[in-house]
Design a protein around this ligand. Structure first.
Ligand SMILES: Nc1nc2c(ncn2[C@@H]2O[C@H](COP(=O)(O)OP(=O)(O)OP(=O)(O)O)[C@@H](O)[C@H]2O)c(=O)[nH]1
Ligand SMILES: [Mg+2]
Length: 421
């Protein structure tokens, strides 16, 4: 099967695919029916979550949504009845998760397609134009393709590798028509992204017994605080109990900014006053999260201090405090990079890696650039996984990175067009 067909099957005809794939079409249907019935009878559970979601989507709304999770925390009768309840709840939860997973899959393709519109428009236009001008695949064709890929920020080394692979594949399959090359490009991009790794989406490594601490680092303005807000929402949707710590005590207004996010997504924020020691804030954050029995602590940090050395020293100190309080923490040090800064993002990654041992990257503002190819460059030249991408400013615009969805986002128009051919 051609690669476009595969992507189409996965993303365009996602509905059928998801159901076929899981082999549980009926289960899912039944479950949806069950849920509607439940919703009719009992408006207090899932409907409440939907309302929360709606509020969250409207930044202007001032509704603070802390209550539902608190109520859940408080219920702890130690009777056998409770054990049964818990079992039932767990089963229900599993069912709900299954449905949510389906919904999540459905939205991923739309999210990536929307978020990558700028890159797709520029990249696809150029590729289509190239294909129109060259009927046959030759050396000049590859040279121009190379330029297009470099202008999309794919990164010189990655482009070289990609072009070599393409040439081999074209020869192997004896492809003469340039139109067919588009499909091979999409396939090779995914291959090169994953390399020898399994095609697995890398997400957060959670602490299996106790509090998971996620540290967010990156230069000023890249989107750390915004990402933390989005992440808090995401984790809450997954049923996790989240706390945030306002570790940026340097920039004026930084603490308040995180508090606004806290209110918006209904998550408590641990803060000190401006100018205080960030390591002390994070320490308090850990104590507070532990005493609340929270699952995840999200730590914001400053993007700029008096100078770079100070910033790196401060981050190292914060990290040491976290390590001392919880062995094995931070469970992730996520470096936030702004996709619109292009190749400069690579040098930022090198600097931060020295101070904090970056475990993954969050690439923000992919929606704001026509050079989304930077994802490929980061993955290939840094060998650090891109775990999440920011595809917009809304609370729901943080997505876990999936190379197939990414390539689908880049080639969506061509895929749809190829259906008509
Ligand atoms: N379009 C778009 N904008 C984003 C995204 N992520 C963040 N932003 C915007 O980027 C700007 C900066 O975001 P912040 O979260 O304040 O960045 P920061 O890294 O915390 O900055 P400092 O606190 O100054 O270090 C805000 O206007 C955000 O709305 C994204 O994925 N897409
Ligand atoms: Mg910030």
């Amino acid at each position: 099967m051609g690669f476009f067909k595969k992507l189409k099957k996965k993303f365009v005809k996602e509905d059928e695919h998801v159901q076929e794939d899981s082999g549980k079409k009926e289960d899912v249907d039944n479950l949806e029916e069950d849920q509607t019935e439940e919703e009719d009878q009992d408006l207090s559970t899932s409907t409440e979550e939907e309302e929360v979601q709606e509020d969250v989507n409207e930044p202007a709304s001032e509704v603070v949504v802390e209550e539902p999770s608190k109520e859940e925390e408080v219920v702890e009768p130690d009777t056998t009845e409770y054990v049964q309840d818990e079992q039932e709840e767990q089963e229900e939860q599993e069912e709900v998760e299954e449905v949510e997973e389906v919904e999540e899959k459905e939205s991923i393709s739309t999210k990536f397609k929307k978020g990558l519109a700028k890159t797709r428009n520029s990249f696809a236009t150029k590729v289509n134009d190239l294909v129109a001008r060259y009927r046959t695949v030759d050396e000049d064709f590859f040279e121009e393709l190379e330029e297009i890929l470099i202008s999309a920020d794919v990164g010189v080394n990655t482009v070289m590798h990609l072009i070599d692979e393409l040439k081999m594949e074209v020869k192997r399959r004896n492809i003469k028509d340039t139109r067919e090359v588009r499909e091979v490009i999409s396939e090779k991009l995914v291959d090169i992204y994953y390399g020898d790794d399994d095609e697995e989406i890398e997400e957060i490594t959670f602490n299996q017994d106790g509090l998971t601490v996620l540290l967010f680092v990156g230069v000023n303005g890249v989107g750390k605080t915004t990402t933390i807000g989005k992440m808090a929402h995401r984790l809450k949707q997954q049923g996790k109990n989240v706390v945030m710590a306002a570790g940026d005590t340097f920039r004026a207004g930084a603490i308040e900014q995180l508090e606004v996010w806290g209110e918006r997504v209904g998550v408590p924020v641990i803060r000190h006053s401006e100018g205080s020691d960030p390591a002390a804030v994070i320490y308090d954050g850990i104590q507070s999260a532990k005493s609340k029995g929270a699952d995840v602590l999200l730590c914001d940090t400053a993007g700029r201090l008096q100078n770079k050395v100070n910033l790196m020293n401060e981050l190292s100190k914060v990290k040491r405090v976290i390590e001392r309080e919880i062995p094995g923490a931070p469970h992730e040090s996520l470096l936030v990079l702004d996709a619109t800064t292009g190749q400069n993002a690579l040098s930022q990654a090198k600097t931060f890696s020295e101070a904090t041992n970056v475990s993954g990257i969050v690439l923000t503002k992919l929606d704001g650039t026509a050079k989304g190819g930077i994802v490929m460059a980061i993955r290939n030249e840094l060998d650090i996984p891109v775990k999440f991408v920011g595809l917009g400013e809304k609370v729901t615009d943080l997505q876990s990175f999936d190379a197939h969805a990414f390539v689908y986002g880049l080639f969506a128009d061509m895929l749809e067009e190829s259906e008509q051919e």
